[in-house]
Design a protein around this ligand. Structure first.
Ligand SMILES: [Zn+2]
Length: 445
């Protein structure tokens, strides 16, 4: 499991003005600022000195960045006075005049600064579980978490009039850079993002399965229309749907409303990780639920694995396969103060061992297993049994397969992502389009 620590640049604090401790659990937003000073080497230290000594205005930020250096002036777990409301936020200053042509963001000094910034902010996002996405003023008002600008905080709450980092800030390029740095930190290769074919499942060809993993995150609860929106977007992607965090009755009600029982067979609706099969393509032969670990009181709920043995209708030559869905122990609370806790590792190991046993049981019965789930950044897992292959690997949600020696073969056709820019949940939905083939002796797949 990758444990990403917050950045540790030179500490030049404390700032003269800073507040009490903050929990950062969850961190609400990372706020991008411009300093109204030149983008030059030494600029960050100059601003740090200002925050340390200013007597005119109570202002400070956690990090200051110039083309050659990142410095810290306020500890992550203390409130800095950068863009009120300041509780549970982190402020990142960039040495920039906040005026002049937008093209200045392309000059070598700004490019170097943005690279340092992307590295720093990627670390912050992973350490404090902040979704890597640009949140505008409207999003802030809706309670969305992510990366934002001072301008948006001003618009959302009207407690300041600042407009930094200014209209020219290259948000799209910047968020992309933060994502790339985050992927590097996690040591995983992001699945290629391909355009989502938003097709009804009827377009699925014989012998194929389009499986989709989606975490309809409800902590904090999304408003119901947003949950419905996300379920509807996910259902359009495929015919085998692996849900996580369908945790409460209203989630189940919404799932059945959007995916009615007449068209979809739902299994395991009582356990947070249900599976939905499009009836026209899939016959459920058997299904079950097993406890992977018992959870920890007040921190992490118990977690289950849901499985179903299914047959592709219209393709009798293909043996049945088992579809498996899980949600590993939550990483939502893995901020700096809790990273070293042993219980989380123990539960991850418990879950992994229990799931490996279950996978092996099906393999022994000659059943190929395909699966997925929210792995909460446990991208380092080796897999569950001999023959394991990741189909979609990286980020929060993964898809995988384990072929039984005499079971169905799995040919991966394509993978894709429905990003958080198109969903309200802070998990991207990932899908894999596979073809199931009967084992033909002597033929290499
Ligand atoms: Zn600002």
């Amino acid at each position: 499991m990758a444990r990403i620590q917050p950045p540790t640049p030179p500490y030049l604090g404390p700032a003269k003005y800073h507040g009490a401790g903050q929990t950062l659990k969850p961190c609400k937003r990372i706020v991008i600022h411009g300093t109204v000073s030149p983008c030059v080497p030494g600029g960050a230290r100059a601003i740090a000195r200002y925050f340390k000594t200013t007597v005119t205005r109570p202002s400070s930020a956690h990090y200051v960045i110039d083309p050659t250096e990142v410095v810290q002036v306020v500890g992550d777990h203390q409130v800095a006075y950068h863009a009120p409301p300041n509780t549970d936020t982190i402020g990142v200053e960039h040495c920039d005049p906040v005026s002049g042509p937008s093209s200045r963001w392309n000059d070598p000094a700004h490019q170097a600064m943005l690279k340092l910034s992307a590295q720093t902010v990627a670390r912050l996002c992973l350490a404090f579980d902040v979704p890597i996405r640009h949140v505008t003023a409207v999003g802030l008002r809706l309670g969305r978490r992510g990366i934002t600008g001072h301008y948006a905080v001003s618009l959302a709450w009207r407690q300041t009039s600042h407009t930094d980092p200014g209209a020219g800030f290259p948000w799209r390029r910047y968020i992309k850079a933060v994502k790339a740095e985050a992927a590097k930190l996690q040591g995983v290769v992001e699945a290629p993002v391909t355009p989502v074919p938003v097709l009804p499942p009827a377009h699925v060809q014989p012998c194929t399965m389009v499986m989709v993993t989606s975490n309809i995150k409800n902590n904090p609860d999304l408003p119901r229309p947003q949950v419905v929106h996300d379920i509807d977007a996910v259902r359009r992607l495929g015919g085998v749907l692996l849900w996580q965090e369908i945790a409460e009755q209203d989630d189940r009600d919404d799932l059945r409303k959007v995916c009615p029982d007449t068209e979809w067979e739902h299994v395991g609706l009582e356990q947070e990780v249900p599976l939905s099969f499009w009836r026209e393509n899939w016959q459920v032969l058997d299904h079950g639920t097993e406890l992977l670990h018992p959870g920890k009181a007040h921190v992490s709920p118990s977690r289950y694995v849901q499985w179903a043995k299914v047959q592709r209708k219209g393709s009798p030559e293909v043996p049945p396969v088992v579809v498996m869905n899980t949600h590993y122990v939550s990483g939502a609370f893995s901020h700096a103060g809790q990273l070293a806790e042993d219980w989380r590792d123990k539960m991850w190991n418990m879950a992994h061992a229990a799931q490996s046993t279950l996978v092996q049981r099906f393999l022994d019965q000659g059943l190929t297993v395909v699966g997925g789930g929210d792995f909460n950044r446990t991208g380092a897992w080796e897999g569950f049994a001999p023959g394991h292959r990741w189909l979609v690997h990286g980020g929060y949600d993964h898809l995988w397969t384990c072929e039984a020696p005499k079971g169905a073969r799995v040919r991966l056709e394509s993978t894709g992502t429905l990003g958080t820019d198109k969903l309200y949940t802070d998990h991207a939905a990932r899908w894999a389009h596979i073809t199931l083939l009967p084992l033909v002796e002597g033929v290499k797949r």
